[in-house]
Design a protein around this ligand. Structure first.
Ligand code: CA2
Length: 152
């Protein structure tokens, strides 16, 4: 058993995702954000990565967290919430972070309103997983770990 630190995956949740499980369960499911985070940490343990989670309703806080991840995290999983469809600032931060980015969404964006069909984040992401509810995050974490291992 080595003493090397495990690779870290940073999971970012954007605005309103703190409300999960409390409103609109028909769209976003019954799982709370704490529940999703716990499942991610448990899967991370299984897959040999440390999972750090962070939620913010503030665009600038998400930008700062992405900036700080450079050189600290091995990959970044992001559900940008509504900022997905609006934020060039988050896109620019992701491009500058020089990390593998995986975009996830609970709902299937392409079944929903036209304005949700476009993602700024997608330009910075290796790929996007959407439509599987909380499972989108777990699938995304698996993809992140595979990418990390291929790179090491
Ligand atoms: O499907 C997703 O994961 C979204 O990123 C969720 C965002 C939405 O703006 C994106 O288009 C798709 C909204 C998150 C709002 O979450 C809530 C959860 C419970 C109650 C109310 C809002």
């Amino acid at each position: 058993m080595g003493m090397d630190a495990l690779p870290r995956v940073l999971v970012l949740h954007g605005p309103n995702l703190n409300m999960l499980g409390q409103r609109e369960p028909q769209i976003y499911g019954y799982t709370t954000l704490a529940g999703i985070n716990a499942m991610l940490v448990a899967l991370g343990q299984e897959l040999g990565v440390e999972v750090e989670t962070f939620q913010s309703n503030h665009e600038g806080e998400l930008v700062s967290k992405i900036q700080a991840a450079r050189g600290q995290a091995a990959a970044l999983l992001i559900n940008g919430g509504a900022y997905t469809h609006t934020s060039v600032a988050i896109l620019d931060a992701l491009l500058a972070a020089d990390l593998p980015v995986i975009e996830v969404h609970l709902s299937n964006l392409y079944k929903r309103e036209e304005f949700r069909h476009h993602s700024y984040i997608a330009r910075a992401a290796i790929g996007q997983i959407c439509g599987f509810g909380a499972d989108s995050y777990l699938l995304g974490l698996r993809a992140a770990v595979n990418i990390i291992h291929r790179k090491q």
